[in-house]
Design a protein around this ligand. Structure first.
Ligand SMILES: [Zn+2]
Length: 99
C-alpha cells in the first residue's frame, strides 16, 4: 500500500497545517480520503455513505465544498432518498449545535 503513503506525503507538502483553524487537519484528511476515493472509482453502498456521512455533513456545515470533495457521496445522495434523508437530519443536528 505504498501509494497511500506517497499520496499522504504529497498532501503534507501541499496542505501544511499553517492556519489556526483546528479543522484544517481534519479537512486535509478528508481531502486525502477523497483522493483515495477517486483512485478507487467505485460507487458507494448505503453502508459506505452512512459511515462517511458525519464527515460530509460537517464539511457542508463548515462551508466546505463537500460535493466537490466527496462526489461519490453526493452522487449516492442524489440517487438514494434514504441516505439523503439521513444526511439532512445529520446536517440539521450539526447546525443546531453550532449556534
Ligand atoms: Zn443509500
Amino acid at each position: 500500500m505504498d501509494w497511500i503513503g506517497s499520496i499522504a506525503q504529497k498532501f503534507r507538502n501541499v496542505f501544511k497545517p499553517t492556519t489556526q483553524n483546528p479543522n484544517s487537519q481534519k479537512i486535509m484528511l478528508t481531502k486525502l480520503m477523497h483522493m483515495v476515493e477517486q483512485t478507487q472509482e467505485e460507487e458507494y453502498s448505503c453502508d459506505d455513505v452512512l459511515q462517511l456521512l458525519d464527515e460530509y455533513a460537517e464539511m457542508v456545515s463548515y462551508g466546505e465544498d463537500a460535493a466537490d470533495m466527496m462526489p461519490l457521496i453526493k452522487h449516492h445522495l442524489e440517487m438514494c432518498p434514504d441516505c439523503r434523508e439521513e444526511a439532512e437530519a445529520l446536517l440539521s443536528v450539526i447546525q443546531s449545535q453550532q449556534y
